[in-house]
Design a protein around this ligand. Structure first.
Ligand code: ZN
Length: 428
């Protein structure tokens, strides 16, 4: 099943990327006034793109560009060639509208099928897809990939969790595709219904759409006795199916580089960082027709690893995303990501993988309230647990919340549909 491009020699891959980049630049120069103007401003013409090394001559694209060009200013084909539209989940303002030709949908399905194949999913498997179907690209993206791979798909969509548990049990779902927080909610619901989550037939959890730290992965794997595989993608670039972990290594997500070319830049200067350094992921689509993107600034922080992987794939691996630059919290002058807090806290015995962060303003001062749920069945004194959490946060992050509250198991509200919300910023 593995596509030959997945283990291409790196120099052959770069040749292919160079050819595809040139075609993409010709296509947008011809068909997207927004890009033609930007390229003209930079004095770059399509003929200047001779290899992938010329990517630095191209303009970047930002979220704001999507907003400014709403709804279809970035589209590169006529309406009759567009087969489908999706929209990204914007929390504020207009959503970003994304378009696909039939060829784009085919490429998307194939990329997503590669991701599932890398996860160890077999054509004989049954995939229960608990991502939301609709404008959000998660549901249909996973659906197409699972069909392309030849699996049996159960399109449950999100929500209705008791029925999901029953179906997984009765129909023998081998794979559950969902957000990491939903995987835990699913397991809890199963337990309340009298099932042992570890006895359910699910052996792979293909998760994505939220950041997921290693301790969170361990929790999911332990709770459901399954392999947790991280998936990455975003609507502006295609949807899920940009990158996925391989089950052999579970150590970084292979980016399907023949379709999506990655760079990592310093978010402040826009300059590329040294290989192996952390920065903002920038992606260029190499094969898209309806909505090609040049150097799209994802806002996601990661590092790239070009070392050979034990699975045999030569495609570069990106690290787990530490956070979106949008998620960065500035509290009392300290920069931190919710995922950093998660990483520290979930490693502690007696802590359940559920927490929330509330931020308030008292006068001019930032106040952080951290609420953490206790793990069922682990007996630890309240003050002992509190002390350990505060000490670890202080040692690792040099930061402690103003208030730390421990709540009983189930004390933090669960998210059944959509992405989990863990940060509530009341500072206005
Ligand atoms: Zn690998």
């Amino acid at each position: 099943m593995r596509h030959s491009n997945e283990s291409l020699d790196r120099s052959e891959l770069r040749d292919l990327q160079g050819e595809r980049l040139r075609e993409t630049v010709e296509h947008v120069y011809e068909n997207v006034p927004f890009y033609r103007d930007k390229l003209d401003e930079l004095g770059t013409s399509p003929e200047d793109i001779e290899s992938i090394d010329d990517i630095g001559k191209l303009p970047m694209t930002t979220k704001e560009d999507f907003r400014d060009e709403y709804p279809d200013g970035l589209f590169a084909v006529d309406n009759e060639e567009i087969a489908r539209l999706h929209a990204s989940s914007g929390t504020t303002g207009k959503p970003k509208i994304v378009a696909y030709t039939q060829n784009d949908l085919d490429m998307w399905g194939k990329s997503m099928a590669r991701s599932l194949d890398a996860a160890g999913v077999e054509p004989s498997d049954t995939v229960q897809n608990a991502y939301g179907y609709g404008l959000f690209t998660g549901g249909l993206g996973f659906h197409q990939g699972a069909e392309e791979l030849g699996t049996t798909v159960i399109p449950t969509s999100s929500g209705n969790t008791q029925r999901q548990v029953e179906l997984a049990n009765d129909l023998g779902s081998d794979v559950l595709a969902c957000t990491p927080s939903y995987a835990l909610y699913f397991a809890e619901t199963a337990e309340e219904m009298g099932y042992d989550p570890r006895e359910l037939p699910i052996s792979v959890i293909a998760y994505g759409a939220e950041t997921c730290t290693e301790p969170m992965r361990e929790e999911i794997e332990e709770t459901l006795d399954a392999t947790g595989i991280n998936n990455y993608g975003l609507s502006e670039v295609i949807g899920p199916g940009v990158a996925a972990e391989c089950h052999e290594a579970q150590d970084g997500l292979h980016i399907w580089e023949d379709n999506f070319y990655p760079e990592v830049i310093d978010p402040r200067t826009g300059e590329p960082v040294e290989e192996g350094e952390e920065g903002e992921l920038v992606l260029t689509s190499l094969t898209k027709e309806a909505l090609p993107v040049l150097r799209y600034r994802t806002g996601d922080l990661t590092t790239l690893n070009y070392d050979k992987c034990e699975c045999g794939r030569t495609m570069v691996r990106m690290d787990n995303v530490t956070g979106r630059s949008d998620d960065l919290l500035v509290v009392r002058g300290v920069n931190l990501y919710p995922s950093e807090i998660e990483h520290v806290v979930l490693d502690i015995d007696g802590v359940a993988p559920h927490y929330r962060i509330d931020l308030y303003k008292e006068g001019n001062l930032d106040v952080m309230e951290l609420t953490i749920e206790r793990d069922e069945g682990i007996e630890r004194g309240e003050s002992e647990l509190q002390d350990e959490i505060l000490t670890r946060l202080q040692n690792v992050l040099s930061f402690t919340p103003n208030e730390l509250e421990l709540v009983q198991p189930g004390g933090i509200e669960r998210t059944e549909v959509g992405k989990v919300q863990r940060v509530y910023d009341h500072r206005g």
